[in-house]
Design a protein around this ligand. Structure first.
Ligand code: ARG
Length: 298
């Protein structure tokens, strides 16, 4: 089923109609060896140049890494590369998926900022070693596409939520829908502080999402409310300062989130989620948190 949907009137399926996809069991992590704030490509980075506490960053990252192991996921760790201080945000350089016949495929990103373009080839090596079929976007046709920063898989379903406006081009989603044979729901992003979809939409399980509503258009919000039975709203403070919506819920039950999101956590607990808080304070200085510091793989 392929189709790009941008308004509720174009919807002709329910989530339950979509093909099942297995939950990924592996996690790719990039060691923050060379992590720092060296340039400003999003509003969160302003004023933080050179201000990263490297020891604290490594400590925060190690904690997260062990939590994935505790959850029973297999971790794959690669070293960061000198000159690429943002490579630790390994949700951005690719969009992996598993086809209906079980074939592992990946679409590599075209990073929006020149400073990050060179990261993609290093991440591609991981897919080459793991026998993924590698797809590239034609750089003459597409300006940018930042992988799972903007393209989020619905929980265990053949459906992509595709954000655009700051880091990814809308046109990329036509091709993704065609190449992956899945529908894509496109969501225009309005606020520069929420420059990636993963900063304002967190898909917790098949019928629950955590969102920051002001980052979306009315059309986008309507789509979210039609396709998710439970929509939890994060406050401006928790979404913008603590990156609440950059949480991750790998198994549909356990949520990993930046510490201090008291309101969002209570709402998630009320719906039966188990919340685990982590400090990602050093990474917030760069405009990233839990979700974008990993890539789920099959
Ligand atoms: N400094 C990085 C950038 O601006 C942070 C990326 C965070 N990734 C994310 N998916 N939100 O590109």
């Amino acid at each position: 089923m392929r189709k790009v949907v941008s308004t509720v009137s174009e919807l002709d399926f329910k989530v339950s109609d979509l093909r099942e996809m297995p939950a990924p069991q592996k996690v790719l992590l990039v060691k923050p060896t060379h992590f720092d704030v060296e340039y400003v490509i999003n509003p969160h980075m302003k004023g933080n140049e050179g201000d990263v506490d490297k020891i604290a960053a490594m400590d925060e990252w190690e904690h997260l890494k062990s939590a994935y192991t505790e959850l029973g996921l297999q971790t794959r760790v690669i070293d960061g590369v000198r000159g690429y201080p943002d490579m630790v945000f390994c949700a951005n350089q690719s969009l992996p998926f598993i086809a209906e016949d079980g074939a592992k495929k990946v679409l590599m990103s075209i990073m929006h900022a020149d400073e990050r373009k060179g990261e993609v080839q290093h991440i591609q090596k991981v897919y080459e070693e793991s026998n993924y079929e590698i797809h590239q976007l034609d750089k003459k046709k597409f300006r940018d596409f930042e992988g799972m920063g903007d393209a989020l898989w619905h929980f265990k379903k053949g459906l992509i939520w595709g954000g655009y406006g700051f880091r990814s081009s809308l046109e990329a989603y036509e091709l993704i829908s065609e190449q992956f044979d899945v529908p894509v729901i496109t969501l225009k992003l309005l606020d520069e502080s929420f420059y990636h979809l993963d900063t304002c939409l967190c898909i917790l399980n098949e019928n629950t999402a955590l969102i920051y509503s002001k980052a979306f258009t009315n059309e986008g919000l309507e789509l979210i409310h039609v396709l998710f039975e439970h929509v939890i709203e994060a406050s401006k403070y928790e979404a913008e300062e603590l990156f609440a919506c950059n949480a991750t819920c790998p198994d549909g039950k356990n949520v990993f989130i930046q510490q201090g999101c008291t309101d969002a956590n209570q709402k998630m607990r009320n719906l039966g989620f188990k919340v685990h808080e982590f400090s990602t304070a050093e990474f917030l200085k760069s405009g990233g948190s839990v979700f974008c510091m990993k890539m789920m793989l099959w």
